[in-house]
Ligand binder design. Structure first.
Ligand code: SF4
Length: 315
């Protein structure tokens, strides 16, 4: 998928796929193939993002019907408790944009010239303007708003965010696109319960426990992050270097397998059956496990991209 200039788009997901395993990048972003079945954790994460999008746009939310009962119960708990816990958000910040697509040229850090065949694209969860001073940021500051769902957080999790390439790229490209500084990021974490069904517990009883678990404030964590100019400078070089490696692989049509990543995150890679097959092309056509899906489908402009008019336009 190219952008308006016909350039190949690099997103964080594409870059991370390439860094994890060049063959994974090949299947998803060159061949544009994906597994028919999406992991339940991904479906739940998408559903919670959908709810938060509707919440900050002040629109009604309809949950997806294809969620497993366990995920439905967790989502229900989030929908009940999040608006109560963060009732004061309207005093803290004003959403300026929700689910905003960003894009920009990838610049050579030495010459300042844009890459001829590649550009950057992404979609941020939100952009907010602060209404009051908070944790090193001032009223009027613009902040990136990002949501994540996960099963475990500790201080290491939050410390690592200072180096997170996705957050730094979002801040960098938002600031460049708006021509205004982005003071940092309001990072919003929703923890998913790790409860297991008890012996002889009905599905309904288990769902009830999951829903109630999401009614604890500990399941919701926030941090205000700031990124130094040095870190934002570095991310431009990191992006250029990643672009150079991907461009070389695509030009030479060599996408090396990294078997160390086949079972990352305790799950089998979606493409394992293709890589392990003697005849991957036949496996694509005949297994019924794969489908064509345009690369970066999340960047297709649609009803999801909404610019919310903020009181007191900040720019
Ligand atoms: S199965 Fe392994 S080698 Fe194949 S794409 Fe996935 S991570 Fe790479």
């Amino acid at each position: 998928m190219g952008n308006g200039n016909g350039k190949t788009i690099l997103t964080n997901s594409a870059i991370n796929a390439f860094k994890s395993c060049a063959r994974k990048y090949y299947w998803r972003y060159v061949r544009e193939i994906e597994a028919m079945e999406r992991p339940e954790a991904l479906l739940l994460g998408t559903a919670i993002h959908g709810f938060l999008e509707a919440h900050y746009r002040q629109l009604p939310y309809t949950p997806p019907i294809d969620l497993a009962p366990k995920s439905q119960a967790i989502l229900k708990g989030v929908r009940e408790y999040y608006p109560i816990l963060y009732l004061d958000d309207c005093d803290l910040f004003e959403p300026v944009a929700v689910e905003k697509i960003i894009s920009g040229e990838i610049l050579n850090p030495e010459t300042g010239r844009p890459a001829r065949e590649y550009s950057y694209g992404g979609k941020v969860d939100g952009l907010v303007v602060l209404k009051k001073d908070v944790e090193g940021s001032k009223a009027g500051d613009l902040l990136l708003l990002e949501h994540k769902t996960t099963t475990k957080v500790d201080e290491n999790y939050f410390d690592r965010l200072q180096l997170d390439s996705q957050l730094r790229l979002y801040v960098f490209f938002l600031a460049r696109e708006l021509g205004a500084p982005i003071a940092g990021c309001l990072f919003n974490v929703i923890l998913k319960p790790r409860l297991r069904p008890r012996k002889n517990e009905s599905e309904e009883e288990y769902g009830h426990r999951l829903r109630l678990e999401m009614n604890w404030p500990e399941m919701y964590q926030r941090r205000f992050l700031r990124f130094s100019d040095q870190r934002l400078m570095e991310i431009q070089k990191e992006l250029w270097d990643a672009k150079t490696l991907i461009a070389k692989a695509r030009k030479e049509n060599v996408f090396t397998m990294n078997s160390a990543s086949c079972f990352d995150w305790h799950r089998r890679c979606d493409y394992f059956d293709l890589c392990a097959s003697q005849d991957p092309e036949a496996a694509i056509k005949e297994s019924g496990l794969f489908q064509h899906q345009e690369a970066h489908v999340e960047l297709v402009t649609g009803p999801g991209e909404v610019l919310v008019e903020a009181a007191g336009e900040p720019f």
